[in-house]
Design a protein around this ligand. Structure first.
Ligand SMILES: [Zn+2]
Length: 583
């Protein structure tokens, strides 16, 4: 049978593809779907080629939907399949060789040269979560030893602490590398004394050339005494920037030239580039692998969980660990996490701030934790998403929609609902026969949470009522049609322009509106309204009116403006300022 003509097959494939997509972050795989279909429809075994082509088509179609949309369809059509998913709370895979350590210690080690953003979430959440899972210790270490290029900024130390506190990933211990410079000096000296390091005064070009030829430069063969005296000179300011570098000895024929005799410390002109915490106290600054490698050992880090871009650093540090007679911690390297549509480049964020493109670190266009917090993205949504992705080595691409799906799960049942009318115009409804007492539940599924009520009564003089409605709900195209003012009554639109509209009361019955397929629209009573501006994720502002009950909202509360989206209340003054979390 031709698969395209088999109606029951099409439905089966679509279901299977959608379930697979929902299970795999929105990207269905054709392979498992083919397997599943062949299991259920063995008659296609002789026709796998055509079947696969057909399945590929359906899978592509399903993958073109957003994750939220896929989930919505599954929830609507096959809710029973989700019951199982709910009980299967995802857990992180176990860490290796846990039994070899008395206590598991992990660390998060940011450079405070920028605020944290979603790109750091994986390192923070995994390291913290694993420490908690094994009742271990989670260390925060500020890696601030580059006062020149990746210059730390004083305010970011606190901002990072604040972000971790918000994520509920509070560290058990905190270290700042710029406080530990003498420790790195001590280890550099030991490496020099034991002839496992040297002070190289070659030009970078010359060194690169010799090392490419797998040959030692002339500094490498100097005696330990000679090197120690060069080091002393380095510390005392005898060398300028770029004139001397401490190098750790490795195999000169290591297949990766970038590993060979890697640089461990260099001179920085802190007169010109003072460190924000220790000023120009030090002229010699440890480079990443020296400081990080020494600290991981001294701080008792048992498991390093970090991005796979650090794989080469592990290879470099292994040499130093061997020289010092230390055992290298367990290292887990996860793949890249890309979030489409989010600017996760520190340099772009910093540049945008400098040039005034972004107004603040919590500008809604940024994916900084500060911005996500301001918009009402829940920490648990971020954490759950990261834990579901786990520490796998393959690259992962997520979208805002993925994060929103997690966030919606938290916000949908927990937030109260209100009416908000964007770009309002005044609708006059004539010939309203009586007063209506409207009781609106704060949440349709939880009536016990309470309600807000409005009395919509006709004006004495002419029997009209006045309501704010949205310009996009009531325009000239609606003239002559019936609309349902939600939970109120039905109205037939007689006139509409960009400033106002007029209509005639038709009836109260919801049934009638349903039969007529009348559009349901929101409204806010004129006179019991609250001006409101919603800041959108692209930083544009939508003006409107919220219903009067919103006057009692407090800053930081999150509510759902019906048919509009979830918003976090930012300010409540003479006007409500809200930030959109998501639609
Ligand atoms: Zn040299």
């Amino acid at each position: 049978m031709n698969p395209k003509e088999d109606v029951s097959l099409k439905e089966l494939v679509r279901k299977s593809a959608l379930l697979n997509a929902v299970k795999h972050d929105g990207k269905a795989q054709a392979g498992p779907v083919v397997g599943k279909i062949l299991g259920e429809k063995p008659e296609y075994r002789g026709n796998v080629k055509e079947l696969s082509a057909f399945i590929n088509e359906v899978v592509n179609e399903v993958n073109s939907l957003s994750f939220a949309e896929q989930k919505r369809i599954v929830e609507e059509k096959w809710p029973e399949t989700l019951v199982k998913e709910k009980s299967e709370e995802k857990h992180l895979p176990p860490l290796p060789n846990v039994a070899d350590y008395r206590q598991i210690v992990t660390r998060f080690s940011p450079n405070p040269d920028c605020v944290l953003h979603l790109g750091s979430a994986r390192a923070i959440v995994l390291d913290h979560e694993y420490a908690r899972m094994y009742k271990g210790k989670f260390v925060l270490r500020f890696e601030d030893t580059d006062p020149k290029i990746k210059r730390p900024v004083t305010e970011f130390y606190d901002q990072i602490r604040k972000d971790l506190a918000w994520l509920e990933c509070k560290p058990d211990e905190e270290y700042i590398q710029s406080d530990r410079i003498s420790i790195y000096y001590d280890h550099a000296e030991r490496l020099l004394k034991e002839d496992n390091a040297y002070v190289c005064t070659c030009s970078p070009e010359h060194f690169r050339q010799t090392v490419l030829e797998e040959k030692p430069c002339s500094c490498r063969t100097l005696s330990a005494e000679e090197n120690l005296s060069r080091w002393k000179q380095m510390l005392e300011g005898g060398y300028g920037e770029g004139e001397a570098v401490l190098r750790v000895k490795t195999d000169l024929n290591h297949p990766n030239p970038a590993v060979r005799d890697w640089p461990a410390a260099r001179v920085i002109d802190t007169g010109k580039f003072p460190h924000p915490r220790v000023g120009s106290k030090y002229k010699v600054w440890p480079l990443y692998n020296l400081a990080c490698g020494v600290d991981d050992h001294l701080m008792g880090i048992t498991h390093i969980i970090r991005g796979k871009e650090h794989l080469t650093n592990e290879v470099r540090q292994q040499y130093m660990y061997q020289h010092l007679g230390w055992k290298y911690p367990e290292a887990i390297h996860y793949g890249r996490l890309k979030i489409t549509g989010a600017t996760l480049s520190k340099s772009k964020i910093v540049q945008g701030m400098r040039e005034g493109l972004y107004k603040s670190w919590d500008d809604p266009r940024l994916a900084t934790f500060a911005a996500l917090r301001r918009r009402g993205i829940q920490r648990d949504a971020i954490k759950k998403m990261i834990i579901d992705v786990g520490p796998k080595t393959s690259d992962v691409i997520l979208s805002w929609e993925n994060l929103y799906a997690y966030n919606r799960k938290i916000l949908d049942p927990s937030t109260d609902r209100y009416f908000f009318v964007q770009d309002p115009i005044e609708l006059t409804v004539r010939k309203v026969p009586k007063s209506f007492d409207v009781k609106l539940n704060l949440h349709p599924d939880y009536p016990e949470r309470g309600f807000r009520s409005y009395r919509i009564g006709p004006h004495e003089s002419d029997g009209s009522v006045f309501l704010w409605v949205s310009k996009k709900d009531v325009d000239a195209s609606k003239v002559g049609t019936m609309l349902r003012l939600m939970e109120l009554f039905n109205v037939k639109i007689e006139k509409a322009n960009v400033y106002s509209a007029e209509g005639l009361f038709v009836s109260e019955s919801y049934e009638e509106a349903r039969k007529d397929r009348a559009q349901l629209i929101h409204w806010v009573p004129v006179g019991d309204d609250f001006p409101c501006a919603v800041v959108m994720p692209d930083a544009t502002v939508i003006e409107g009116v919220a219903e009067g009950a919103c006057r009692k909202l407090r800053a930081d509360e999150i509510v759902q403006f019906e048919r509009f989206g979830f918003v976090r209340i930012d300010q409540v003054n003479s006007k409500l300022i809200a930030y959109l979390a998501q639609k």
